[in-house]
Design a protein around this ligand. Structure first.
Ligand SMILES: [Zn+2]
Ligand SMILES: [Zn+2]
Ligand SMILES: [Zn+2]
Length: 381
């Protein structure tokens, strides 16, 4: 109990020193000194970034950070933490993205965005006078004298010999090996060898024995009892990451936008989630498809993030549209892990693989690639 309490105290402090990483993305755009000429769109993009505050981007990357944190959790679920002493409910994980731990609206926003799924975590009975304080606990009283000094008594039956006595006559502790007071046989497994035929209460003050103690709920913060039936119900919620596919989509919304801006800046017509017809006449869904405005070259960009890392099936799923569409370049960008054999496979297929856990680094690497390529042959055509 004490351990928990102190842990919650340290968790509760919002970590304000965390910087939003959205700024990095912005600077990567502004620091574009290797811009090839002539490109009309560049000034427009820069001015757009200057006028628009970085708010949507930083809130986006905040969500991405949160998603990454949730992926580390058991069952990918954000559970509320209830501080019974303060009577407060909060979500400690929010501090990892620089949000106040009681900013429920932020989590609700992610539910609305389709990133998180809201589930009932528990129904709490709260004090009818102080319903905002989540700190009621159950108390037992003697129905005769109202004393709290109530003990629980059990009858224990030794199944083997049928001896029945009050539980206090059996010794059950780790140090002493318990034995049946009647047949003296050692009891090794409580669950299997002992039956509990009866249970009742006894008041230690007035010695009254009774089957049902008076149950009251206690408002801990304001120190008063209330009747169980008068309590109000409060529903608390947990938030589960919807599924990996959705988390991937939400991850990629930001990066897609930035990549499209980037490609448009290099005189491409870039589109997201584009249906592209291949040589066979089949249609392919491409995350980013960009066609040069000045020539017939095209580029496909696939964005795949997988918790277990990029595997062969991902590469194969890219290869099909690549071979059918035959673009000039095919890029796979990912924040997931990529092992050497996948790198070799990508190389073998002629897929340019850009892997980095940091979005802003991915953007600058793509920029580097496109810029090199553009100066080499894209711009001259
Ligand atoms: Zn109260
Ligand atoms: Zn009593
Ligand atoms: Zn016995």
């Amino acid at each position: 109990m004490f351990g928990r309490k102190s842990a919650s105290k340290s968790d509760k402090k919002p970590q304000s020193e965390q910087k939003p990483s959205g700024l990095d993305h912005l600077t990567s755009f502004l620091k574009r000194d290797s811009v090839p000429e002539p490109i009309d769109e560049i000034p427009e993009i820069i001015s757009e970034n200057e006028i628009l505050p970085d708010l949507p981007k930083s809130s986006n990357s905040k969500s991405v950070k949160l998603i990454q944190e949730v992926q580390k959790l058991d069952d990918k679920t954000i559970r509320p933490f209830l501080d019974y002493n303060e009577g407060m409910l909060f979500y400690p994980i929010l501090s990892k993205v620089g949000e106040p731990q009681d900013n429920f609206a932020y989590l609700e926003g992610l539910v609305a965005d389709g990133i998180l799924e809201k589930k009932i975590y528990e129904k709490l009975i709260v004090c009818p006078i102080h319903p905002k304080t989540f700190s009621s606990s159950m108390r037992l009283y003697c129905p005769k004298c109202n004393s709290m000094n109530v003990e629980k008594l059990n009858l224990f039956e030794h199944k083997k010999c049928g001896y029945i006595t009050e539980s206090k006559n059996f010794e059950f502790s780790d140090e002493v090996k318990s034995q049946c007071p009647s047949c003296k046989k050692e009891i090794k497994n409580f669950e299997k060898e002992i039956r509990v035929p009866a249970m009742w209460y006894q008041c230690e003050d007035c010695h009254e024995k009774f089957d049902n103690a008076t149950i009251k709920l206690h408002c801990r913060k304001h120190e008063h009892d209330f009747d169980t039936n008068s309590g109000q119900f409060i529903t608390t919620y947990s938030y589960k990451l919807k599924n990996s596919e959705i988390s991937i989509n939400s991850d990629t919304a930001q990066i897609k936008e930035e990549l499209v801006n980037l490609l448009n800046g290099f005189n491409f017509d870039a589109e997201v989630n584009c249906s592209v017809k291949g040589k066979t006449g089949n249609m392919h869904e491409i995350p980013i498809y960009a066609k040069s405005k000045t020539s017939d070259i095209s580029i496909l960009i696939f964005i795949k993030n997988q918790i277990g890392g990029i595997d062969e099936s991902v590469m194969n799923s890219i290869l099909v549209p690549k071979l059918d569409i035959e673009p000039k370049n095919t890029l796979l960008v990912t924040i997931s892990d990529v092992n050497e054999s996948i790198e070799n496979l990508a190389h073998h297929y002629g897929i340019i693989l850009i892997s980095n856990p940091d979005f802003s680094k991915i953007i600058s690497k793509v920029e580097e690639f496109v810029s090199d390529w553009y100066t080499r042959d894209g711009g001259s055509k």
